[in-house]
Design a protein around this ligand. Structure first.
Ligand code: BG6
Length: 471
């Protein structure tokens, strides 16, 4: 039997890189709406970004020349189903057909996400992820995608990062609809998992050879001490950050303890319906996309109201540490800090071992489910020389250290099948705008042609792939 090829690649998302926000029949999405509204304090938008829409051939060629054999990207829902009338925009399908043609030319395996934060605005107006009808709308859109692209896309992802998305929408309030509302957080979280299950049900009807998964943001909750109180905080941290996605997605149901804890916290769970739970039970994922950025370090809950900040919520001008990244969830846990762990300029821990601990835990809890590391990357204020070249040694160290732990977990038996650097090239970093860069390739935003210049990390990654082709 020939050994399956490990996938080595990089990732982007539609709103963050495509640009072309209002052409060829695309509808408005919630990020277009938010970025053009008064709520957007910086005035920075993804209207153009690095204009992948017009540069995709160049970007894909660069992936191929960098030795990458897979590319994770997302489809813009509002490019495919722009309006509430559900009429499909053929020009939208054509754009992604062209992207797929180009990937096929270089034997690059597409890994495609159906929604990466950018809901159509007509859904946003009805309540976004809290809109009761969202799962039927999503299932419709998903079926259009499956029926059109079929097996040309071997790896489909339903939703990018339910946890991070829900927290930013309804707890931090920095993503549209910019609320702090724990009731809405729970409705959003539940609807996301119903959307996931209903899309999978459509997928199964198509009898494809492709596989379908979900991309999960959070690594494990961990604590500095091993006392019963800290252990309990870890349990609640994982219930809050992991279990509500992974249990329904992989096992098909929520554990009773989670539901009871949420109910006791004052949430009205009447939105949970038997028929939805039945769909969840029948429709679970084939693989898990696990993103790798940082862990949730917790301590026992002591005092204070529920609140959260994330890395893009604070002062991000690079002069000082941003707002503490963390959460307090009343009656559950509080975030902790460890003075021995370095932080990035946005206040986020740089702790590569978190991915090793997470992968081992996933295996222990969920068995041999195939896992792709669907994002791992380092945000930085890159400094370019006069040629536009960036010597991003910090990024290289970051990725190298994470990779060492990922490959160690794989050697120890975790079913890791692929790895994606976030991001392929510089792109829009949501509320952080364009100063926080993640790309393997620099984009010169000052240059009229949005010139692409590979960074030191691009060449380093190319060599790393060459040396680890047969892992
Ligand atoms: C992930 C998202 O959470 O992290 C990406 O899937 C995002 O879309 C990336 O860009 C980095 O986060 P940020 O906020 O620093 O751009």
């Amino acid at each position: 039997m020939t050994k399956e090829k490990f996938l080595w690649g990089s990732a982007t998302a539609a709103y963050q890189c495509e640009g072309a926000w209002d052409i060829n029949g695309k509808g408005i999405n919630i990020w277009d709406e938010f970025c053009h509204s008064d709520k957007n304090k910086t005035g920075i938008t993804g209207d153009v970004s690095c204009d992948f829409y017009h540069h995709f051939k160049e970007d894909i060629k660069m992936m191929a020349e960098g030795g990458q054999n897979t590319y994770r990207f997302s489809i813009s829902w509002s490019r495919i189903v722009p309006k509430e009338d559900r009429i499909v925009n053929e020009a939208g399908l054509k754009f992604y057909d062209e992207v797929l043609n180009e990937l096929e030319k270089y034997n690059i395996v597409p890994n495609v996400t159906l929604v990466h934060y950018d809901l159509p605005d007509y859904i946003g107006h009805k309540g976004g992820w809290c809109y009761e009808g969202i799962s039927d709308e999503f299932a419709y859109y998903a079926s259009v995608v499956f029926k059109h692209f079929k097996n040309r896309i071997p790896l489909y992802v339903t939703i990018n990062e339910p946890t991070h998305n829900a927290f930013c929408n309804y707890m931090v309030g920095n993503y549209p609809p910019n609320e702090f509302n724990m009731q809405h957080l729970c409705e959003c979280a539940y609807n996301m998992m119903v959307c996931n299950a209903k899309a999978i049900r459509e997928f199964r009807k198509c009898n494809l050879t492709s596989q379908i998964g979900i991309v999960h943001a959070s690594c494990l909750a961990e604590a500095r001490f091993d006392t019963p109180e800290y252990k309990e905080a870890v349990k609640y941290g994982n219930m809050f950050n992991n279990d509500w996605v992974l249990d329904p997605a992989i096992k098909g149901f929520y554990e009773k303890e989670l539901i009871e804890k949420v109910r006791k916290s004052g949430i009205d769970l009447s939105f949970m319906k038997q028929e939805d739970l039945a769909v969840m039970k029948e429709n679970t994922i084939d693989f898990l996309g696990q993103n790798a950025y940082s862990r949730l370090l917790v301590k026992p809950y002591e005092k204070g109201e529920t609140c959260a900040t994330v890395n893009n919520a604070g002062n991000n001008d690079g002069t000082e540490r941003a707002a503490k990244e963390g959460k307090t969830v009343k009656g559950w846990f509080e975030s902790d800090t460890d003075p021995n762990i370095p932080l990035n300029p946005w206040g986020r821990e740089i702790y590569p071992k978190c991915i090793y601990n997470t992968l081992l835990n996933r295996k222990e809890k969920y068995g041999d489910i195939p896992i792709y590391i669907t994002e791992n990357g380092h945000g930085a204020y890159d400094i370019a020389d006069d040629q536009g070249y960036v010597e991003d040694d910090d990024r290289i160290n970051f990725i190298n250290n994470f990779l060492a732990y990922i490959l160690k977990a794989k050697e120890e038996g975790v079913n890791v099948k692929g790895y994606y650097v976030w991001s392929t090239m510089d792109l829009y970093s949501w509320i952080n705008g364009y100063k926080k860069r993640y790309g393997l390739v620099r984009v010169d935003y000052e240059d009229g042609n949005l010139k692409r210049i590979p960074k030191k990390s691009y060449y380093w990654y190319k060599k790393f792939i060459e040396e680890h082709k047969d892992v």
